[in-house]
Design a binder for this molecule. Structure first.
Ligand SMILES: Nc1ncnc2c1ncn2[C@@H]1O[C@H](COP(=O)(O)OP(=O)(O)O)[C@@H](O)[C@H]1O
Ligand SMILES: [Mg+2]
Length: 477
C-alpha cells in the first residue's frame, strides 16, 4: 500500500539525516574538546622538547586519547602508544600541515598503525604540534544509539498517523466513489439521484454542489417536459381545429358546387328540380355564412381584437331583451319561454352586445334541443361579487360523459342532428370565450330526458371584473 511505501521513504530520509546530524554534532563536539585539551596541554608544554618519555601515558589519559608530539619537521618526538623511533615522518598529515601553519588542525582517517577510523586534532606549539587522536568507533556506537532512538520515535509517531491516514484514505475513496457514481447518474440523465451525505468541508461542499446541480437539472427537465406537453397539446388542438374547419367548410361547398353544376348541366330548365336544387344551394350558403361568421367571432375574441365596452347594465333588462328576441321562434316551436324574477335594480358590469350573444347562443340551443310543449326559463342570482345567469330547458338533456367537452370548438353530442338543426358546433365555444372576457366562468348541469341548465357568471361591478382577464382559458380551448 502506498502509505507504507511513503513511511519507508520517510524513515530512510529521517535515518540518513539523523545519522548525519548526530555524527556531525559528535565530531564537531569532540573536535572542540580535543582542541581545548590540546590548548591546555600547550600551556604547560609550549615546545616539543619539554615532553618527557615517562609523562606520555599520564598525559594521554588526561587528554582522553592517544597523544603524539611532533616537531615542525615532521619528526615524532613522543607517542603514548608507540615508539616514536618506529614511526614515520608526519610532515604530510593534513591536521599537522594546518597546525604547523599556526591553526588548530583536524582530520578523520584510518590510522596506519591500528587500522580503524580516528579523529585527529592538532594544536600548534612552538617548533611543532601536539596531536590528540580518538577512535571514532565510540562515536559510531553512540550515533547508532541515537539513530535507533530517533527511528523508533519516528516509527512510533508515524504508526497512528498511518492507521489514521489509511482509515481516512478508505473513507475518502469510498465517498469519492459515491460522488463519481452520482456524477455518472447525472450524466445518464437520472436527475432524481441525490447524495445522502453532505457532511465535511470539501466533500460536503462537492456533494452539496452536485445535489444542487441535480436539483436544478431536474427542475429544468421537468419544466421543459411540461412546456413540451403544453406545446404538444396546443399543437394537437390547432391541428384538430384546422381539420375540423376544413371539413366543415368542404361539405357545404361541395354541395353548392355539385348542385350548381347539375343546374348548369340542364336541370336549370327542369321545373321539377330547379327550385329544389336552388333551395339546397341557398341552405348550404347560409350554413357557410353562419360558420364563417362564428369562426370570425371566435378568432376575434381569441386574438383579443374584439373590443368590449364594459358598462353597468340592469340584469332584468338584459334577460328581457334576450327573451323578446327569441319569443317568436319559441312561439313557432310551441315552447314556453319566460324570465324568472330578478332582484329589482340588480346590475352587472358587462358588454351588452356580448351578453346578448351569450344568451342568444344558449337560448338557440335550448330551443333546438327542446321538443314542442317544453319550457325555457331564464334567470339570475347574485353570488358574492358575481351574478350567475342561467338558461334552463326541459329538453333532451345531455349524457354526463359528454358534459366535460361540451364547450370545446366543434364538439357536438350528435353531429348529424346539430347540422340538421343548422348548428355550427361553435356556439358554446363562443359563449365560453365571451364569458371569460368578463372574467367569468360557464358551466352546465344536465340530465338526459329531463333537461339542461347552462350557467355563466358576470361581474357585479367594475372592480369585480378585475384588471386581468383569464385570457389563459382562451388558448386552453
Ligand atoms: N340545451 C341543450 N340541450 C341539449 N343539448 C345541448 C344543449 N345545448 C347544447 N347542447 C349540445 O351541445 C352541443 C354544442 O352546442 P353548440 O356549441 O351550441 O353547437 P351547435 O348548437 O351548433 O350544435 C350541441 O351540438 C348539443 O349536442
Ligand atoms: Mg348552438
Amino acid at each position: 500500500m502506498g502509505v507504507f511505501g511513503l513511511l519507508l521513504v520517510a524513515l530512510v530520509l529521517v535515518d540518513y539525516f539523523a545519522t548525519k546530524v548526530a555524527t556531525d554534532a559528535y565530531i564537531s563536539n569532540l573536535r572542540q574538546q580535543l582542541a581545548d585539551k590540546g590548548r591546555v596541554l600547550a600551556l604547560s608544554f609550549p615546545e616539543p622538547a619539554r615532553f618527557r618519555e615517562e609523562d606520555a601515558r599520564g598525559l594521554a589519559q588526561a587528554a582522553g586519547g592517544r597523544l603524539t608530539v611532533i616537531r615542525s619537521d615532521g619528526l615524532v618526538v613522543l607517542d603514548s602508544e608507540a615508539n616514536p623511533a618506529d614511526m614515520e615522518n608526519h610532515r604530510t598529515r593534513p591536521e599537522l600541515i594546518q597546525a604547523f601553519g599556526g591553526a588548530v588542525g583536524s582530520s578523520i582517517r584510518h590510522s596506519a598503525t591500528i587500522g580503524i577510523p580516528f579523529l585527529y586534532v592538532a594544536v600548534p606549539i612552538r617548533g611543532g604540534a601536539i596531536r590528540i587522536a580518538v577512535p571514532l568507533s565510540e562515536i559510531d556506537r553512540q550515533v547508532v544509539a541515537v539513530r535507533t532512538k530517533i527511528l523508533a520515535g519516528t516509527a512510533l509517531a508515524f504508526l497512528p498517523a498511518i492507521v489514521i491516514a489509511g482509515f481516512l484514505a478508505r473513507r475518502i475513496s469510498s465517498r469519492f466513489a459515491g460522488i463519481l457514481a452520482h456524477a455518472g447518474e447525472l450524466a445518464k440523465g437520472n436527475f432524481h439521484a441525490r447524495l445522502p451525505d453532505e457532511s465535511g468541508a470539501e466533500f460536503g461542499q462537492l456533494a452539496h454542489t452536485l445535489n444542487e446541480t441535480a436539483g436544478n437539472l431536474q427542475n429544468m427537465m421537468e419544466q421543459l417536459q411540461h412546456e413540451h406537453t403544453e406545446l404538444e397539446k396546443v399543437e394537437r388542438i390547432r391541428k384538430d381545429f384546422v381539420i375540423n374547419v376544413s371539413h366543415e367548410l368542404r361539405t357545404p361547398l361541395a354541395s353548392i358546387q355539385g348542385y350548381t353544376e347539375t343546374l348548369i348541366g340542364g336541370a336549370l330548365h327542369d321545373p321539377e328540380y330547379n327550385m329544389r336544387f336552388l333551395r339546397i344551394i341557398r341552405h348550404n350558403a347560409e350554413r357557410l355564412a353562419r360558420l364563417t361568421e362564428d369562426l370570425l367571432t371566435l378568432s376575434r375574441i381569441e386574438q383579443k381584437r374584439q373590443k368590449f365596452e364594459f358598462e353597468a347594465h340592469r340584469v332584468d333588462d338584459l334577460l328581457r331583451d334576450a327573451v323578446e328576441l327569441m319569443a317568436p321562434i319559441a312561439g313557432k316551436s310551441q315552447i314556453h319561454i319566460a324570465e324568472a324574477p330578478v332582484a329589482a335594480g340588480a346590475e352587472v358590469w358587462c358588454d351588452s352586445e356580448a351578453v346578448s350573444q351569450i344568451l342568444s347562443n344558449l337560448l338557440d340551443n335550448a330551443l333546438k334541443y327542446t321538443p314542442a310543449g317544453g319550457s325555457i326559463t331564464v334567470g339570475a342570482a347574485e353570488t358574492g361579487r358575481y351574478f350567475e345567469i342561467y338558461v334552463r330547458d326541459t329538453g333532451a338533456g345531455i349524457p354526463a360523459d359528454e358534459l366535460p367537452r361540451l364547450f370545446e370548438r366543434f364538439y357536438r353530442v350528435d353531429k348529424a342532428r346539430s347540422r340538421e338543426l343548422g348548428g355550427t358546433g361553435l356556439g358554446l365555444a363562443i359563449v365560453k370565450h365571451l364569458v371569460a372576457a368578463h372574467n367569468g366562468t360557464a358551466r352546465v348541469e344536465s340530465r338526459v330526458n329531463e333537461g339542461s341548465t347552462f350557467y355563466f357568471t358576470l361581474p357585479t361591478s367594475e372592480a369585480a371584473l378585475g384588471g386581468e382577464r383569464l385570457n389563459a382559458e382562451f388558448t386552453a380551448l
